[in-house]
Ligand binder design. Sequence first.
Ligand SMILES: Nc1ncnc2c1ncn2[C@@H]1O[C@H](COP(=O)(O)OP(=O)(O)OP(=O)(O)O)[C@@H](O)[C@H]1O
Length: 283
Amino acid sequence: MKAIEVKHLTFSYDGRVNAVDDISFTVEQGEVFGFLGPSGAGKSTTIKLLTRLLVPKANRVFVLGQDMAKADYRFMRRIGIAFENDVLYPELTGFENLYYHAKLYGIGKQEIEEVMKMLDILDARDKPASQYSKGMKTRLVLARALVTKPQILFLDEPTSGMDPDIASYVRKVLKELNKNGTTLFVTTHDMHEAEQLCDRIAFFSSGKIVAVDTPESYKKRYGESRILFQVGSDSLQIDRKDKEELLKLIKQDQWDSIHSQEATLEDIFIKVVGRGLKEGDEL
Ligand SMILES: Nc1ncnc2c1ncn2[C@@H]1O[C@H](COP(=O)(O)OP(=O)(O)OP(=O)(O)O)[C@@H](O)[C@H]1O
């Protein structure tokens, strides 16, 4: 059974422009599958469609074999959803925010505390959510998604707004969960996040999947490595394959240092998709 199966999924908010435009893909159980794309590409809309927060016109989404159009609350326990700008009750403490969700599923205090500990927010257990920093709020939303011990986690920009140390801690937690069998579906506009977390990455732009592959395979297929010669404050980049030019420059012996430069996932995204990952990054 596939973890996720999507067939020709399309969605429009206004009936004119498709925010998600005829996408099809499958995610295997135990996989970390990422959607990498710029702001406005339709990543959040896709997650909402996968988790039935938005309902597509036709039944095109299957999660763990379940037709999502017919999923009831018992099934929803098997999936966890964490959105970037998810709603928390600001007046309630972190613990209470989790408690009201967990209670729906008969989950007790101990399990809530375990998940708060795992995400390093147990010390803030009794603070109102309004007093949490942005990174702590994101972890609280993640804790709420995890409290039912879901088989699949849907994560929209999971480390957005976190400082780098906390982001790397959260990625470690997510990897650990995945090692123990949880399938992850992640959206991000951060190529490092995609590369560090994902087994396969879909390049996503203007509502469409442009390519799907593993990070290694993208690099093998599209990455050109270059050699950088530094001469004082100037630098010169040469294609690694241009052996003749490389040898000539080395022999001229006028360089201060030589570095090899691998193509980044963002370089490859630009090459394949025709635009970058940041706003206004059109080619
Ligand atoms: N509730 C809504 N009503 C109308 N249009 C919307 C709504 N939500 C999103 N859109 C539009 O749908 C498109 C896709 O938006 P979406 O939020 O899915 O993109 P995204 O890739 O998640 O971007 P971001 O990373 O900025 O959240 C955008 O053009 C957006 O303006």
